[in-house]
Design a protein around this ligand. Structure first.
Ligand code: ADP
Ligand code: MG
Length: 254
């Protein structure tokens, strides 16, 4: 079940946040969205989520425009981790994760609530934080609780905005391994990443945004060339092949 953005533009006060962006999230694939600060990554994720209507173009889920989906049904189809991750202070971790099950209330899938909550908390390594108020958690712990809520939702399209930003090395790898596992299960995973090496290692495809436009789209090796990264990020880099995996390694010239 694909989520497809066709020629999407978003403008505010005559500034183009997105201009003619096309993007496909396909089942079984991890599609990373990269680009400098302010490139429009979060705006595009918001459009893909249906949280923000494009000014031009359209977004189709299962061939149906997002604004035609009832919200509750949409919530069973796609789960969104926003950059602020909406973790509210007054709750305990487990209560946050339980919120992910709301779209399934009064449906047969409600019977799976306990199992799904436990699974989501286990794979994000937050089971031990279940009774802790989220206000008392570290940034990385909060981010993992927010991710657990998204996974508990069990939507086949996952839209994750910088899920690794606050995480330590192991938890970053855990999150990307998890993204791959969800894709292997048939989910369509879209993930905004700043770490180009994480994107290179874990993505089936990468879209590089620059000032609201698609600067490149393709496999990691196709997108992550030194010339293009230097052009888009304004930072000299060397790109070498990992000696064993062959994955591109991006090294800033220092
Ligand atoms: P990214 O996630 O790639 O860092 P964003 O999608 O958050 O970028 O933002 C893209 C650009 O649009 C930025 O320059 C940001 O300042 C601008 N922007 C985002 N939201 C608004 C808004 N509501 N009004 C005006 N400018 C905005
Ligand atoms: Mg952003």
């Amino acid at each position: 079940m694909s989520l497809v953005a066709e020629h999407v533009s978003v403008s505010i006060d005559r500034a183009d946040l997105l201009a003619d962006v096309s993007f496909t999230a396909a089942p079984g694939r991890v599609h990373s969205l990269i680009g400098p600060n302010g490139a429009g990554k979060s705006t595009l994720l918001g459009v893909l989520a249906g949280d923000r209507a494009p000014d031009a173009g359209r977004v189709l889920l299962r061939g149906r425009r997002l604004d035609e989906w009832p919200l509750r049904e949409l919530a069973r189809e796609r789960a969104v981790l926003t950059q602020e991750h909406g973790v509210t202070f007054a709750f305990r971790s487990r209560e946050i994760v339980e919120m992910g099950r709301h779209p399934w209330a009064r449906t047969p899938a409600e019977d799976d609530d306990e199992r799904e909550i436990a699974r989501a908390m286990a794979v994000t390594d937050v089971a031990h934080l279940a009774d802790r108020p989220v206000a008392h958690l570290s940034g990385g712990e909060k981010a993992r609780v927010a991710l657990a809520r998204v996974l508990a939702q069990r939507a086949p399209v996952l839209l994750l905005d910088e899920p690794t930003a606050a995480l330590d090395l192991r938890h970053q790898e855990d999150v990307l391994r998890l993204a791959r596992a969800q894709a292997a299960d048939g989910d369509a995973v879209v993930v905004v990443l700043h770490d180009l090496n994480l994107a290179a290692a874990y993505s089936d495809e990468i879209t590089l945004l620059q000032r609201g436009r698609v600067a490149a789209h393709g496999s990691p090796a196709e997108v992550l060339t030194a010339e293009r990264i230097e052009d888009v990020y304004g930072q000299a880099v060397e790109v070498i092949e990992h000696p064993r995996s062959g994955v591109p390694l991006v090294l800033p010239v220092r």
